[in-house]
Design a protein around this ligand. Structure first.
Ligand code: SAM
Length: 284
């Protein structure tokens, strides 16, 4: 028992919250599990009491309850499905002043007006907007970002793309974007049966901690251009994949000590950043 509220199965039945596929609704019903995810949000192993937490897609509130039980100072929950609001209002009533619920599309709402630093983001994301939200959180106008850490549930395949290392099949733009300015690791993997209804694939929780500064200097827009060009044609050699960025790319790569015949998936973050810097420096 993490709180005195009714079990989630009862909440879902009472409010008739039949899961909608179009909203990516796969609910977590085990409150011990949601409390574990909330604990994973604090890498120091303590509680969340000093932090505001942004949660996207609280649904019937399993993870929300976990976050509140773990002591989050304030939770801002953004939920698109209005059917979930009465259930969430019950949680808010049980924790006066600690839960604010906004109804709407998380892609269209600016949460910052409702949050006070330090801020952590903890969510079991709807699969259809999960990657888009992550990319937004990883590409703020300046660094460090408004959040200290992200603790996010994804389909396992997406989680593996976030933490992937060079040379692996999952390595690509998402790994580079995430690992350039954050420390990323998988903290929990869950089988489909952990959810109701069970999705087709396994899920995993990724914990990302914002680094104070990028691991290697580079202009964000140029790094994005280079990685997009390299991985959009990942089977091609770099000299062919990157020709659009610079007709003389072969000699540039050689000068930087990068084999022009290498493929994008073998190049590490340091090399991509060096290439982005070199292209920025010599741009007309
Ligand atoms: N947090 C709950 C849990 O762990 O059981 C529900 C997670 S479920 C995978 C995703 C939730 O995101 C659903 O409640 C769904 O209605 C909501 N959702 C879907 N698209 C959304 C959007 N664009 N903005 C905000 N919430 C959204």
């Amino acid at each position: 028992m993490i709180d005195a509220l009714p079990p989630l199965r009862d909440v879902i039945a009472r409010h008739d919250l039949r899961a909608k596929k179009s909203l990516g609704q796969n609910f977590l019903l085990d409150l011990n599990l949601t409390a574990r995810i909330a604990r994973a949000a604090d890498e120091r192993g303590g509680d969340l009491s000093g932090c505001d937490v942004l949660e996207v897609g609280p649904g019937p509130g399993g993870l929300t309850r976990g976050l509140l039980a773990e002591g989050a100072r304030h939770v801002l929950a953004i939920e698109k499905d209005p059917r979930c609001l009465p259930a969430l209002a019950e949680i808010a009533a049980a924790h006066p002043g600690r839960l604010t619920v906004l109804q709407g599309d998380a892609l269209a709402i600016d949460p910052l007006a409702h949050l006070t630093p330090p801020i952590r983001i903890v969510s079991n994301l709807p699969y259809n907007v999960g990657t888009e939200l992550l990319v937004r959180w990883l590409t703020p106008p300046g660094w460090p970002p408004f959040w200290q850490s992200l603790t996010l549930m994804f389909q396992r395949e997406v989680a593996e793309r976030i933490i992937a290392r060079p040379g692996s099949k999952a390595y690509g733009r998402l790994a580079l974007l995430a690992q350039w300015r954050a420390q990323a690791r998988i903290v929990l993997t869950l089988p489909p049966e952990a959810f109701s209804p069970p999705p087709k694939v396994s899920s995993a929780v990724v914990h990302l901690t914002a680094l104070p500064a990028p691991r290697y200097p580079a202009e964000p827009a140029m790094l994005q251009r280079v990685t997009a060009a390299a991985f959009n044609q990942r089977r091609k050699m770099l000299r062919a994949a990157l020709r659009g960025l610079d007709p003389m790319i072969e000699s540039r790569l050689e000068r930087l000590g990068i084999a022009p015949t290498a493929r994008a998936e073998t190049l590490d973050l340091a090399a991509f950043c060096a290439l982005a810097r070199d292209l920025s420096d010599t741009r007309d």
